[in-house]
Design a protein around this ligand. Sequence first.
Ligand SMILES: *[C@@H]1O[C@H](CO)[C@@H](O)[C@H](O)[C@H]1NC(C)=O
Ligand SMILES: *[C@@H]1O[C@H](CO)[C@@H](O)[C@H](O)[C@H]1NC(C)=O
Ligand SMILES: *[C@@H]1O[C@H](CO)[C@@H](O)[C@H](O)[C@H]1NC(C)=O
Ligand SMILES: *[C@@H]1O[C@H](CO)[C@@H](O)[C@H](O)[C@H]1NC(C)=O
Ligand SMILES: *[C@@H]1O[C@H](CO)[C@@H](O)[C@H](O)[C@H]1NC(C)=O
Ligand SMILES: *[C@@H]1O[C@H](CO)[C@@H](O)[C@H](O)[C@H]1NC(C)=O
Ligand SMILES: *[C@@H]1O[C@H](CO)[C@@H](O)[C@H](O)[C@H]1NC(C)=O
Length: 702
Amino acid sequence: MVLRLLRLSNLSIIIFLLSLLQGQNITDPGAVLYRESRTSEVVERRVTLECGTTLPDMYIWGFTKPGTDKMRVVVYNFGKGPKFQQLAKDLGDLNIISNTSSLSIEKLRLAAEGLYTCQAMYDTDEGFRLFYYYMYLRVLVPVSKPYVSLGESSAVEGSTFLMRCGLENGTGPIHYTWEQESYSGLVTTLAESNSSVLIITWVTRNHTGWYRCLARNEVNQQRSDRIWVDVLFGPDLPEIQATAYSVTENGYSVLEKGNVSLRCQASSNPPSQYIWLYNNSEIYSGPEVTIIMALRMHTGVYGCTAKNMILNTWSKKTVTLTIYYPPDGGPSCSILPVNNYTDLALFCSWVGGFPPATLNWSPYVNGDNREGIVNVTRIQPGPDTANNTVFFCYGSHVALNVTQSCSTRTWLPYGEPQCSANSSSNNEYLMLSCSWEGGFPRALLWWVSSSGDTQGTSEENSNILVLRSSANYSGKAFVCHAKHPLAKESKRCVVNLDAPVLITRNRTVSVFEGTDVQLTCFLAKHYPPVLEITWYNNLKQNVGDTPMKYILQQGAAWSNLTVRETDSRVDSGQYWCSAANAVGGTEIPIMLLVMKYPMPPNVTVTKITYSSRQRTDVNVEWQIQMDGDITGFFIEIQRLSGPVGRSDIDPLWQKVAVDLEPSTRSYQINNLDPTGKYAFRVTAVNQRTVGNPSELKSPGEK
Ligand SMILES: *[C@@H]1O[C@H](CO)[C@@H](O)[C@H](O)[C@H]1NC(C)=O
Ligand SMILES: *[C@@H]1O[C@H](CO)[C@@H](O)[C@H](O)[C@H]1NC(C)=O
Ligand SMILES: *[C@@H]1O[C@H](CO)[C@@H](O)[C@H](O)[C@H]1NC(C)=O
Ligand SMILES: *[C@@H]1O[C@H](CO)[C@@H](O)[C@H](O)[C@H]1NC(C)=O
Ligand SMILES: *[C@@H]1O[C@H](CO)[C@@H](O)[C@H](O)[C@H]1NC(C)=O
Ligand SMILES: *[C@@H]1O[C@H](CO)[C@@H](O)[C@H](O)[C@H]1NC(C)=O
Ligand SMILES: *[C@@H]1O[C@H](CO)[C@@H](O)[C@H](O)[C@H]1NC(C)=O
């Protein structure tokens, strides 16, 4: 006890009290009592510290400042009323409550905190009794209004952020509560702790909002004003929205000549700055880019770059914009034979455009109404299809509001295939022609020889088989087969080949010379047609080489050769009529006999006289010695220089009358020289022959 007292007491007081005790003689050691208590009060308020229940005879209030061990006297009363020491003023407004030893402190000051010791002595019948009251007084300070201070002016998403709850006054321990008020006004408690610092290790944009802290101690609690924390973030990956025709795998599609708006949105604080790119080149800055009247060339990759200008961060998104445009024109239809010309392939095509056009055939072919794109082929059984059936192909495209169509019509060629054979101009080749035209699709034609082998290639519509000429083909047949999908069976036509055969009516023709004569020959069977019948004359020369002499007339199957003005010396002999085609040739001889006319009969001058004395005119009369072919007479005259019949006769005969009618038997010759001497003779003629002249006679001779 003494040790404790020693530790707590001011030395001078102890000495004073000890001397007191010694003087008063404390008989019972149990007469010293110790009481300890603790109390607390808020600064500026009032507190009463009690020292026993009854007023002691003497008391001393001492005060020991915390952290020291020196007790100092505040007030004492040794019976003459309380005496306050200088120190009391530092503690507040001090009073001793009347009739007690209780110490009342008003306007409690902060410095009043510490250990109060009241020593109270009672002088009783049993001697002195001493009481020690130890009271520890804590002076509490209410928390002042806290304030929030930020580590940095703005928070950045993903980083660490620090906030401090600042407080000027307040007795600890102080408890801190952090509250966040979101944009929407929702208040949430973020943290409660004894630390004034709030650390957000990973800031998110959700941390944006009003913040305040609440400080609390055992006296009170206070809220700070709210402070706005702006969290910088972004930009996030942009989202691109479009007012477009449709959404595609990588973006959007637009009909050509339509409008499209692309809108970019990327969350960011501060708000994003947007830049639009087309195929990586910048085209526009701003969140929304609009293309009026989009054309197919606007197809491409559109990118949106969002930038946070403060954080200097960016993000990018791209979309593919596809412009849908229709193919040009309309679909085109056709029909092709398939499966060896037994079936029809209906083919419809409409190329170009994007996306590809959609096509379908109507009526539904073969029960198949599937749609196709760009090129559609449907198989239709041929023989089930009627002649003149119309098929339609309808094409549609998203970028066109009307359906386009084409149609095609089946067409079975009329009648039968037509065959023919021809020879080349020099008969070197045999050409077999076959045709069955006008079909749709076209018919297939092929040639088969008499031995059953297919010759040459198969052709559509018409097929010309060219073979080297050969006599082996004579008497043989070639068959042309024709197949059209609309006809169940194939059709055929035949050519029978024959080398030419010539005939003539007269193997021998005889004629009197001087006239024209016709030689005729006829073609009997022959195929292919003989192009030309050729004639050779008696010298085996082609008559065509001497057109003045020969005239040719040709008919379909005959030929006349006219030999003009036949001459018995040159034109008689064997003539040849010749014909050839690509499967053979022949010639036949025709004998021409050109005969001379018989000699006209001899003429006898029966009478020759001068008609008058003037001797200028002479009458001649004559007779024929026998009947014969006569066409006329002529009379010749000869002037005589000497006596008639003498050897010095002038040899010059002059015709004085010609072409006298065959019936004429007399003639008068005029205008003679009366002094001259003349001789006359008469000659008979027929077509070509001049007869023997008559004996020459002179007038007057009898
Ligand atoms: C803190 O306490 C001191 C001294 O008591 C006083 O002067 C000051 O005004 C107080 N501050 C606040 C914010 O209450
Ligand atoms: C923000 O809060 C919303 C709703 O509470 C939540 O869906 C979202 O994930 C939060 N964002 C972040 C970045 O934490
Ligand atoms: C843009 O790119 C697309 C395909 O990537 C291309 O078809 C188009 O021609 C390009 N446009 C230009 C103007 O280069
Ligand atoms: C095609 O048809 C012809 C007769 O119609 C026949 O000879 C030929 O063998 C056929 N070809 C095929 C590949 O079926
Ligand atoms: C098929 O129809 C067309 C058109 O009417 C007609 O010209 C043709 O002759 C017909 N074919 C047959 C084999 O009837
Ligand atoms: C061809 O000659 C024959 C007799 O040789 C004759 O009957 C026929 O009329 C002649 N034809 C022509 C067109 O001159
Ligand atoms: C006709 O006359 C010729 C000589 O002038 C003679 O040779 C011939 O015998 C005569 N013919 C007849 C049938 O008398």
